[in-house]
Design a protein around this ligand. Structure first.
Ligand code: SAM
Length: 266
């Protein structure tokens, strides 16, 4: 499934490394991922360690399990690719689903953040799974080999995603809905705004279905509230004074609102 980022030939996994027929060699880290980022000079390093750990702890508490179930209900067979997989929460669920519906298949997760992929290596995957540090604008995956690509709260490169999908392959894309986390924003900001309308057109893709998932989450600890805040971009755009406001909030009811779009490549 993975290809060499230099010559684009297929990579084979051997002990300790992925190797292509031209002998380009990529070490497998102690934790189990491979770094296939060609340019290390990119300014985009993705999520830092703090964000990745906050996301892992928040997701492990189960608040987004309904979203994970919704994504997995669309997937009927492999191979599957989680583009910008973060610390692997959805990928883990996807492999549990594949183990039931297509046990011989495989999965892959890529993310530009080493910290996120490192954390993803600690999850348990139920089918053969590859984890790589890579950019979603240059996905190190063979042309036309993926049945289901998934993108949750992440950038999408239309051309690259289309390239790696099989004929009739699907892209499942999740973006924040209008009311997503509005109460959290109100607890921090004086003028909290709803999310703007989302343009769901993707060039080279046909929208097959759009689903609105909205529910209340009762966050019952200051840690859960903090983790949710730290895993969002809001945290980094907020003054220290505003960040402190959440320390005084022991519990919070927060709306989770997701738009789930399923596309077919055309
Ligand atoms: C909001 S997080 C979502 C992570 C995961 N999909 C989830 O929902 O738990 C966005 C992720 O995209 C990654 N990312 C950002 N730009 C990227 C790029 N150009 N290529 C690959 N990953 C990228 C970040 O490192 C981060 O892990």
């Amino acid at each position: 499934m993975l290809i060499c980022p230099i010559c684009k030939n297929r990579l084979s996994r051997s002990t300790g490394a992925y190797i292509c027929p031209q002998n380009h060699n990529f070490d497998i880290s102690r934790r189990g991922y491979v770094n296939l980022l060609c340019s290390q000079s990119s300014k985009n390093h993705g999520d830092d360690k703090r964000m990745a750990i906050a996301r892992r702890d928040f997701l492990n508490a189960g608040y987004y399990s309904r979203l994970r179930d919704s994504i997995c209900s669309v997937i009927t067979h492999g191979p599957a690719l989680d583009i910008c997989c973060g610390e692997g929460y959805y990928l883990e669920g996807i492999t549990q689903k594949l183990a039931v519906c297509d046990p011989g298949s495989s999965a892959c997760g890529i993310d530009i953040s080493k910290s996120a992929i490192d954390a993803a290596c600690r999850r348990k995957y139920n089918v053969e799974t590859h984890l790589a540090v890579a950019n979603c604008t240059d996905i190190p995956v063979q042309d036309g080999c993926i049945s289901f690509a998934v993108s949750v709260f992440a950038p999408v490169s239309e051309q690259e995603t289309k390239r790696i999908l099989r004929q009739n392959g699907c892209l499942i894309r999740v973006v924040p809905g209008r009311d997503h986390l509005i109460e959290l924003k109100r607890a921090v900001y004086e003028h909290a705004q709803l999310n703007p309308a989302f343009n769901n057109t993707l060039s080279g893709f046909e929208l097959k279905s759009a689903h609105n998932l909205i529910y209340n989450m009762h966050l019952n600890s200051a840690d859960d509230i903090k983790n949710l805040f730290v895993m969002t971009p809001y945290y980094y755009r907020t003054t220290q004074k505003d960040q402190q406001k959440l320390r005084l909030v022991p519990q919070l009811d927060v709306t989770a609102h997701f738009y789930i779009f399923v596309y077919k490549a055309v």
